[in-house]
Write a protein that binds this ligand. Sequence first.
Ligand code: AMP
Ligand code: ZN
Length: 479
Amino acid sequence: MGLTLYNTLTRRAEPFEPLEPGHVRIYMCGPTAYDRGHIGNFRTFCAGDLLRRYLKWKGYRVSHVMNITDVDDRTIRGALAQGASLREYTEPYVEAFFQDFDALGLERLEHFPRATEHVPEMIELVRRLLERGYAYIAERSVYFDISKFPDYGRLAQLDPSQVHEGRESSDAAYAKEDARDFVLWKGGPRPEEGEVAIWDSPWGPGRPGWHLECSVLASTHVGQPFDVHMGGVDLIFPHHTNEIAQAEAGVGVPFARFWVHSEHLLVDGRRMGKSEGNFITVADLLQQGYRPSAVRLLLLSAHHRKQLNFTFEGLRDATQRLDRLLDFRWRLRTHPVSADAPHSGLLGLVAGARAAFEAGLDDDLNVSEAWAALFNFVRDVHALLDRRPVLRLSEREAALELLRDLDRVFGVLGLADAEAERLDPALERWIEARLAEREEARRRRDFRRADEIRQELEARGVRVEDTPAGPRWKWASGA
Ligand code: AMP
Ligand code: ZN
């Protein structure tokens, strides 16, 4: 079966084939290093991880790149406010990004280039755009002339009559219907930015615009044209629209073939965002005792083209689903087996689940279908084990192998195992604090409170056992 992907460029689901047989090249817009990323950002990065892992599962080699924006209006303002250099200011946020990235079990990509490491290539693209007549210099800055690029706005399906005269003044996103010439190079130094980010160029000192960074980092690291460009839906316009214009006008060949956009994570019906003030980070959730594997399961629970509303109830539900999987694996591992027990039909369930998993993901990465394939398998095999006190060994091995195989894509069982071996310090502190509080309640003979705490722990998948040597805890799933 072949993968089809919905392509924003054509507004259709299309069969996916990489340009180079067997090798898929992906570029994804990454974080801006001015604050810690929230779980909305990580929902989008999880969608990238899903595509990456699924392509690998299907046998493709993947070259996958994500930029780190370490120079833009916000990083410059932040550095200036702290009296730090751009590098000093952005570095802790870059480190936090990798911490969260690893915590969620996202596979490290082949490259994470930083914008500031590629300014000479950006200058080169601006030079080409000037040379080819797609750009002009005004007040020491360089702008892209969108009237020279007839295809401008195709990705966003812009109506040409909504394209306005004049120039955009900042690289912050501007109003959706207000497409204007956008800045490629911002002449400087500007009074409000000081000398924080200044590079020399043939048309004077300054710094690159945000859109330019991604066009250049993509073509430098994955080549042009390449297979898939990813990012959140908020980036379709102006960011991705402008990336296409610069890259195609400057290089003279198409930029990306497939544009895969993921929908937002919401809180109370509103987009989770740094500017909305409603954001939650991965670190916040770990400090509250939630397991990274449960957060991953939640962020990967819905199809990437559907909005997902974040609630703590949903997160507790994801924790339970994770525990269902771990319990199931535990039951399989400990179920009595013998090499010559009669066949039970389990191999048919394995094949069916694998086929349903693949059919789901082939259909535009429909991950909900893939989860359903797994959870139906869990339900059916539980029923089968109820009927079979002894299972044929080879069947048990095939069922366990299926779990491992599907988890190469889902990545939650592997992550839960890693957590059991090396507990996240924030999570461990949370659990220890709850246990101490429970002991304290028991000493006061406040058994209702002690019981509440036990339930709170259970909701996170932690089971408390009272032994003669004092209370101990373990993961409820026995993993
Ligand atoms: P930023 O650091 O804001 O530039 O965003 C990095 C990535 O996260 C981009 O691909 C955004 O589209 C994406 N993103 C931002 N907010 C959300 C959200 N609430 N839900 C999902 N993705 C988001
Ligand atoms: Zn980008």
